[in-house]
Design a protein around this ligand. Structure first.
Ligand SMILES: O=C(O)C1=C[C@@H](OP(=O)(O)O)[C@@H](O)[C@H](O)C1
Ligand SMILES: C=C(OP(=O)(O)O)C(=O)O
Length: 457
């Protein structure tokens, strides 16, 4: 494949990224089964929630176990440009909260390709009594939906001017404080709109109620938000069977907090046990108490014949001789794992259908069309549907694959190399959005890893 046709947004790569100069990585499968005991860095979703809430809080917070990746880097960068003092020491960040106020009331904020920052920051800006900021981000992020949230903030008093018709970024936000009252948000597009408004709502002038239209996709992410808010001292009230969230006025209080590992990242390593018939144990995981929705992948791995042990603070997956297919999985609640399951399905003993994931067409890329396109390059037969796909298992033909500048595409497609040689992934550095050292970790698990620079050498 000619690298020049591969989309890559190097601008969104942060100083915490790796391999921005690499045009391709070629992977050799490990000898036999993948057997490992490992740990995984902090949750991207929890990291950016904790950072923004700590920045709004009164007093000092110490956040341990953060993820160091592009998404968290741009979150820290934006908060720093708002005048919040953050001291980063490895995977620990000390935050001097602004007590609901950002000391710097103007400037330009760059959010990279991070949906969490793009959706969690505007509300925190809008509750400011005054200030004007230009928010910019990656081309891919500009293609993702944001208007339901920005419209809600405008309706509550913010002045928002979009720079380009039909593009979510850049825009200018002028803050004049936020009115409370009732706000209606869609649940079928992104859970992050709800999370973003909820995080800022304690600082509205009056209590604010979020009424959610239709069912929330990946609902557990909203639960993660409400839990994090409560951990910092503001307790929302969920009513109407989860379709309404009442947020009282209040103030977050700084605290110390240790974040869980990133379950979404764990899934790729558990999938390797499933694919190779090996055993992968990941420590520090509390399967029974985590709210991270991607823990649900474990149920599908069990359906496919894996043995899953959910310990007190670990989860171990033992893969079967043959992966069982012949089922349909509704991915609405853990749609970030749609791509992982699609790859597992290639090696199952019967077709697998994935449904309920229409909204991931608006993620880092159109993930449904992208995975269908790339599996097609491997001569895998797929049926693309509006909300998912059906994968018909067969032995893939080696190919160089394009991750469409999407970290989850790159990480999922790389798993194929656990079963066959000859798989290459273009633009491998895109994994830096949430897992910069993914390829180094595969190497530690026995994969052969050969990088080529963009020039092809
Ligand atoms: O709130 C969050 O931390 C996230 C919410 C989800 O986004 P959508 O609700 O837009 O699918 C998920 O895909 C993303 O990885 C993280
Ligand atoms: C969609 C994702 O991220 P975000 O929405 O936070 O950019 C993801 O990590 O798969």
């Amino acid at each position: 494949m000619e690298n020049k046709h591969v989309e890559r947004d190097l601008e969104s790569r942060s100083p915490w990224s790796l391999h921005g100069d690499k045009g391709k990585v070629s992977l050799q499968s490990p000898e036999g089964k993948v057997e490992a005991v490992l740990t995984v860095s902090g949750s991207k979703s929890l990291t950016n929630r904790a950072l923004i809430i700590a920045a709004l809080a009164e007093g000092t917070s110490v956040i341990e176990g953060i993820l160091r990746s592009d998404d968290s880097f741009w979150c820290i960068d934006a908060l720093t440009r708002l005048g919040i003092k953050l001291e980063v020491d490895g995977n620990k960040v000390t935050v001097e909260g602004g007590g609901g106020l950002f000391p710097l009331v103007g400037g330009e904020l760059y959010v990279g390709a991070a949906g969490t920052v793009a959706r969690f920051l505007p509300g925190a800006l809008a509750v400011q009594p005054a200030g004007a900021w230009k928010i910019t981000g990656s081309a891919a992020l500009a293609r993702r939906p944001l208007s339901p949230l920005l419209d809600a903030l405008s309706d509550r008093g913010a002045e928002i001017q979009m720079e380009k018709e039909g593009s979510s970024l850049p825009y200018l936000l002028k803050a004049r404080g936020l009115q409370g009252g009732n706000v209606i948000l869609p649940g079928d597009t992104s859970s992050q709109f709800i999370s973003g408004l909820a995080i800022a709502a304690p600082y509205a002038r009056e209590p604010l109620t979020i009424a959610i239209k239709d069912e929330v996709v990946q609902q557990q992410y909203v639960e993660m938000t409400l839990d994090m808010m409560a951990a910092f001292g503001v307790v929302p009230h969920v009513t109407n069977g989860g379709q309404a969230i009442v947020i009282p006025n209040g103030a977050y209080r700084g605290r110390s907090i240790v974040l869980e590992p990133d379950i979404s990242a764990c899934c790729y390593f558990w999938a390797l046990a499933a694919l190779t018939g090996g055993t992968v144990k990941i420590e520090g995981i509390h399967a029974a108490s985590t709210r991270q929705p991607d823990i649900e992948l474990l149920g599908y791995l069990e359906l496919m014949g894996c043995m899953v042990t959910r310990g007190e603070d670990f989860v171990e997956v033992q893969g079967p001789e043959v992966l069982r297919g012949g089922f349909t999985a509704n991915m609405k609640s853990c749609s970030d794992q749609t791509l992982t399951l699609a790859v597992l399905a290639i090696f199952a003993d019967a077709p697998v259908s994935l449904t309920g994931a229409a909204h991931i067409r608006k993620h880092e890329c159109d993930r449904i069309s992208a995975i269908c396109e790339e599996l097609g390059k491997l001569s895998i037969t797929v049926d693309e549907k509006p909300d998912g796909l059906t994968v018909y298992p067969e032995t893939p033909v080696p190919a160089t694959l394009d991750p469409h500048d999407d970290h989850r595409m790159a990480m999922a497609l790389s798993l194929i190399s656990s079963r066959i040689d000859g798989i290459s992934i273009a633009n491998p550095g895109c994994v830096s959005k949430t897992l910069p050292d993914y390829y180094e970790r595969l190497q530690q698990l026995g994969f052969g890893i050969t990088f080529e620079t963009w020039g092809g050498c």
